[in-house]
Every structure is written in C-alpha cells, then in structure tokens.
Design a protein around this ligand. Structure first.
Ligand SMILES: [Mg+2]
Length: 373
C-alpha cells in the first residue's frame, strides 16, 4: 500500500468572538488542511494551525513548508509512520506545525485502513471520556468575571484565564480576584500568562499575589527562552508551574526535567510535530513525574480530534483544553456535537472518526495545491 497524493488546502475559519491573549487579538483561525490519498483508495486528513509567536511558523510559511516536506510521503506505506516522519524530518529542520499536519493525516489514514480509531493506534483508552476547561480572553476584570460566569452557567467546572500584562501585573491580580469573587470557591481557575510577565522577578511577585485566589497552576509566566527563569518562578512562588511556549518537544522536556523548571507540561500537537512527537515528549514527562495537559492553538475539528484521541490514550494526561470547536463560528467537521457541557466523547469510528465537511472545504478550493507521484 502506497501514498499516491497529498493535497494542501489553506482555510480561514471565523471565530464566534475574537480571541485575546497577552500577545495578540485573533478574529479567525488560519489553518492548512492536508489530505493524504493511498493507492487503496483510502484518505486521511491532517491540519496545521500555526501560531507564529510559538513556533515561528506563519500561515503562508506553513503552506510553503508543506509543499517542500509532503513529497517525502509519496510512495510510502502509511503503516510505517515512524519511517515516514523521519523522511519528512530529513527534508526540513524544525517546522513542527507543518509536520503535525502530515503526522495527523498519517494516523487518520492508517486508522481508516485498519478500521481502528486513532486512540487505539496510540495504545488504547486510558479513560472513557474527557473533561475540558473553557478559556476566558484577557479583558477588563469585570468583563472577564462576566465571561467566566457565562461559561460556568454553561456547565464548565474549570475556567482558564488569559492574563499577562507586563506593564500592569497588578491588574492581572485584579482579573483573577474578580473572577474568584464572582465564581466562589468551587470552580477551578487556571492562569495562563502566555509569557506576558517576561521576567522571573515580575512573575514571582504577580504569582505570589494570586496565590490567595487558589489557582490550579500558573502557565508560562516568563519568556519562552528562559527555562532557568521558569525554574526560579517555580521555586519562589509556591504554586504549580506549567510550561507551554517554552517546551515544544521531547528534547525540551528533557532539559526542563534537568532544570526542574515545571510541574506540568502543556502538550500541543502543533509544537511537538504531531502525535508521534507527543508520545515521545509524554514518555519523558511521565518518567520524571511531570503531569501533562493536551492543549490547542484554537484548531478546527481535525487537529482538535487528534488532540482528543491523544488525551484519551495517555494515562499521564490529567487536563484537556481542546476547546477549538466551541470557539469556531464555522468548522470543517462535526466535533462540536461531541461536546456536552464540559464533557467530551471522542469519536469511535476509524481514524479521527468523522468525515470533514466537503462543502465548507470546497469554498477554499481555489487555493489548493496537489502533490502527486
Ligand atoms: Mg498556554
């Protein structure tokens, strides 16, 4: 069995409301879809949703990178995923988001060939369903409290607050205080700084001031390059620290373990280069006693489904944030139907478990690139 064609389709999907975090405001999701075709007539879908602030890959850049690396899959048997991804790696260093699209598509097509859901290819179920938290964009404190109340009323038991104002960290503390006051003691609150406090000095002071509001953890308080600073914050602030932007792959995880830089790791397929890279990363984390979360760049149904299959399969994954399908005004798959309040069931059909909506994808047909043997 051989891969005989790969199609690259850049799409732009509107969000229900702009997503606001410390480094930007995003009105829509830019995503490069990938479709793999085999000589047996099977197809598999993948998705690259770049965040230039995290991996340095832009929307246009990911499309161009895919044109360079995707031909490495031509003629390969999709059963041999590791060898296929090694061939992809040999064409281009880095570029984990572009590679994630190919890795996801390989898993989807192999699942369809074998009749197995992706979670079964990854080791089987560690649990029977997932519980997710809902993200609250960075706004004025009272507006964030109102958004958080809305999410709790919709059935979410954990909210994640986006903060990270380097010039006014005191207002970040007010944001957390306002949300805690509005929600009471029962709802869990997670804090994501998205590097916004930049330095460990600012981060330690801000995190200590937030401790009274009992956050579950503080995510990525300092610049992504500063793992030593992250370790300083962890030692000084007394709250669990999660690494996100600072940690992309297994190699980064090894360094974080050596530096004792974090208590938790946010795995994202767009950072790890896909599912195989995520398995390697998780193996290091789990061995070192570091718990993982499966997070997202705000992805459509395809990459979100891949993340959900991963989260279902890994015993070491304790929290899940695959909320992309809930934030999209238009999606290319039906994943939203698998969300009920904060509970998500993972599709159980072969591969990712659903067929993308060809009618939505057809709107972007003009931008398609075909790569054929
Ligand atoms: Mg984050």
């Amino acid at each position: 069995m051989k891969i005989i064609g790969i199609e690259i389709i850049p799409v732009r999907l509107p969000l229900t409301e702009p997503f606001v975090i410390s480094y930007g405001t995003f009105p829509d999701v830019e995503s490069a879809l990938v479709r793999i075709e085999t000589d047996s007539g099977h197809t598999g879908w993948g998705e690259a949703t770049p965040d230039p602030h995290v991996t340095g890959e832009t929307f246009g850049g990911v499309v161009e990178t895919l044109k360079v690396i995707a031909p490495a899959l031509l003629g390969r048997d999709p059963h041999d995923r590791t060898a296929a991804m090694r061939a992809v790696d040999a064409r281009c260093g880095g570029a984990p988001t572009a590679k994630a699209a190919l890795d996801i598509a390989l898993h989807d097509v192999l699942g369809r060939i074998t009749g197995l859901p992706v979670w079964a290819l990854l080791g089987g179920r560690a649990r029977d369903h997932l519980t997710i938290s809902r993200v609250v964009s960075m706004k004025a404190p009272d507006a964030m409290a109102a958004d958080a109340m809305r999410h709790v009323a919709a059935g979410f038991r954990t909210v994640k607050l986006k903060v990270g104002d380097f010039n006014n960290p005191r207002q970040d503390v007010q944001r957390v205080a306002a949300v805690r006051e509005a929600l009471g003691p029962e709802t869990r609150i997670k804090i994501d700084v998205n590097q916004g406090w930049r330095t460990s000095g600012v981060a330690i002071a801000a995190a200590r001031a937030m401790a009274a509001y009992e956050p579950e953890y503080i995510e990525q308080p300092v610049d992504w390059r500063d793992l030593e600073g992250l370790a300083d914050v962890r030692r000084a602030c007394g709250l669990p620290i999660m690494a996100d932007e600072a940690l992309h792959d297994a190699r980064d995880a090894l360094r974080a373990v050596q530096l004792r830089a974090c208590d938790l790791i946010n795995i994202k397929l767009m950072k790890s280069g896909g599912l195989l890279g995520a398995l390697a990363l998780n193996a290091i984390a789990e061995t070192a006693g570091i718990v993982c979360q499966v997070g997202t760049m705000v992805e459509s149904s395809i990459a979100s489904a891949a993340g959900l299959h991963l989260a279902l399969a890994l015993d070491n994954v304790h929290t899940v944030e695959m909320g992309g399908p809930l934030m999209l005004a238009e999606d290319i798959g039906p994943l939203r139907n698998h969300y009920n309040r904060d509970r998500v069931t993972v599709p159980s059909g072969p591969g990712l478990g659903f067929e993308p909506d060809e009618a939505v994808i057809a709107r972007f047909a003009g931008q398609r690139t075909w790569i054929r043997a």
